[in-house]
Ligand binder design. Structure first.
Ligand code: NAD
Length: 361
């Protein structure tokens, strides 16, 4: 078997960098050609949405690995994407590059269209043309969607069979658009595609714009945090390594190509939720996070949580609860996330204490 080439976009990002690390380690990954039988190409435009030094910190250990090549490029640049596909002929593509975050889509809608629509379209086009001239082409295109697509869905747990016609942010609308575009390309060009709806991912070296990370930074500075919807939100927090393991399992199981009764290909296309399947109230989350930060030495003992929290109304674009139905992933691939919140937050707090507390209080 020839060595597999895996293209990961968003490779300097929170999830992308952890996925690349996992692939290069490759310990349990015989189907995707683990360890030395893998070549991983990482793409990222290193944008300034948040601290670029953190992206560089994530990339540094990956660059030391001989199986990894990094390309600094923007997926919205069609020529750059085509050159990458032409030069590396990826077997599996994992598209994680995106403008993430719900609230930022109110301030900077253009960046969502740029990366999530134009960028993803370029990836689909490159995947389509990867079969030109009888070439082997992309075996499986896996891409990130989001639990945000469920919008105001009141029916919990959120199931991939639920209608998702009511996005409440442009971010969600772009992610739903990605799912629709991928379906059309799967049908038209027989490209095996799997979309993954991630649920609030947290962990070491995470995203500073996400609540748990920004709470920790604010408390360190002595600032107050705001608990929206008066703390009554619930989130299906999912630990980073569970997400990464889910992606690796999915990568190895491309939807089968088959032909329908009309003689045309049926779209080799699937969507899965990857979430913990146990929503937690924001208040419980905040108390556990605070306890773990104190335990790790990132906050002083006796830190007064109550005086560092403000209850605030619901924010535009936010939803009250997210809760993943993970049964299809478990049924098809035998996989479900398992890391308890306390364990995951302990690992985050220890990383935070070691990496983000160099400034005195
Ligand atoms: N973290 C979560 O809780 C979560 C939840 C649901 C969905 N997702 C999705 O998962 C994916 C990864 O998220 P993340 O948390 O790792 O975010 P992240 O911002 O840490 O990673 C995304 C990476 O993509 C890069 N990027 C953005 N636009 C690009 C472009 N046009 N060209 C090349 N690179 C570009 C960024 O520089 C960044 O390093 C995203 O698609 C995101 O929408 C994440």
């Amino acid at each position: 078997m020839h060595p597999k080439t895996i293209l990961v976009t968003g490779a300097a990002g929170f999830i992308g960098s952890r996925l690349v690390e996992r692939l290069l380690r490759g310990s349990h990954c015989s189907e995707t050609g683990g360890g030395s039988r893998l070549r991983v190409i990482g793409v990222d435009n290193m944008n300034h949405y948040y601290d670029v030094a953190l992206k560089e910190q994530r990339l540094k250990p990956l660059l030391a690995h001989s199986g990894f090549t990094f390309v600094h490029a923007d997926i919205a640049d069609r020529d750059a994407v085509d050159r990458i596909f032409d030069s590396c002929s990826p077997d599996i593509v994992v598209n994680l590059a995106a403008q993430a975050g719900v609230r930022y889509s109110i301030d900077s809608p253009e960046s969502y269209i740029h990366s999530n629509i134009i960028g993803f379209f370029n990836i689909l086009e490159a995947a389509r043309h990867s079969y030109d001239h009888g070439r082997h082409g992309v075996e499986h295109l896996v891409y990130a969607s989001s639990s945000s697509v469920y919008g105001m869905d009141r029916h919990t747990p959120f199931s991939t069979s639920d209608p998702i016609d009511s996005p409440v942010s442009l971010y969600a609308a772009t992610k739903k658009s990605d799912e629709l575009m991928a379906h059309a390309y799967a049908k038209l060009y027989d490209i095996p595609c799997t979309g993954l709806r991630f649920f609030t991912v947290y962990g070491p070296a995470g995203r500073p714009d996400m609540a748990y990370f920004s709470f920790a930074e604010k408390w360190r500075r002595g600032d107050k945090i705001q608990l929206y919807n008066y703390g009554r939100c619930r989130r299906d927090f999912t630990y980073i390594d569970d997400i990464v393991e889910g992606i690796v399992q999915v990568m190895a199981h491309a939807p089968a190509r088959c032909v329908g009764s009309d003689g045309l290909p049926l779209p080799p296309y699937r969507i899965y939720n990857i979430g913990n399947g146990h929503p937690e109230s924001l208040l419980t989350f905040v108390h556990t996070l605070c306890d773990e930060l104190v335990r790790a030495g990132a906050l002083p003992s006796g830190f007064d949580l109550d005086s560092h929290c403000v209850l605030a109304p619901m924010q535009p674009g936010d939803v009250v609860e997210t809760y993943a139905d993970t049964a299809p992933l478990e049924h098809d691939l035998g996989y479900r996330p398992t890391t308890p919140l306390g364990v995951g937050l302990r690992r985050f707090a220890e990383w935070f204490a070691a990496n983000r507390t160099d400034q005195p209080l």
